[in-house]
Design a protein around this ligand. Structure first.
Ligand SMILES: [Zn+2]
Length: 111
């Protein structure tokens, strides 16, 4: 018997391969806050060109913590947190494919 081609399996294999590229993912959510520092001579005193502060809100030892992120690392950290979203989406799709296969296999046995 020739087994039919399963597009779900191809999709799953592709997703699994892509998970490795997301290995630098970070937990938490990225928060950017813009504020004036209060010094009257600073460029931020015009109320428009404010200072940016970056934080991630992340559970550490089960407790939510706000971790300050230096500006030089902000883009990198933001990207790594975005990786987790893509990882979770890929994992959800893989689970969906596996569930579909289980239901199909079950159906095939109910005769
Ligand atoms: Zn300022």
């Amino acid at each position: 018997m020739k087994s039919p081609r399963e597009p779900g399996l191809e999709r799953r294999a592709k997703l699994v391969r892509c998970l490795g590229s997301l290995r630098e993912m970070l937990p938490g959510s990225f928060v950017e806050r813009r504020r004036a520092c209060g010094r009257p001579n600073c460029h931020c005193a015009d109320g428009k060109t404010l200072h940016s502060q970056y934080r991630i809100s992340v559970p550490i030892d089960g407790k939510p913590e706000a971790v300050h992120i230096p500006a030089a690392l902000a883009d990198e950290v933001r990207e790594k947190i975005e990786m987790r979203r893509r990882f979770d989406a890929a994992a959800a799709t893989i689970r969906g494919i596996n569930l579909k296969r289980l239901l199909k296999e079950k159906e095939g046995r109910q005769t």
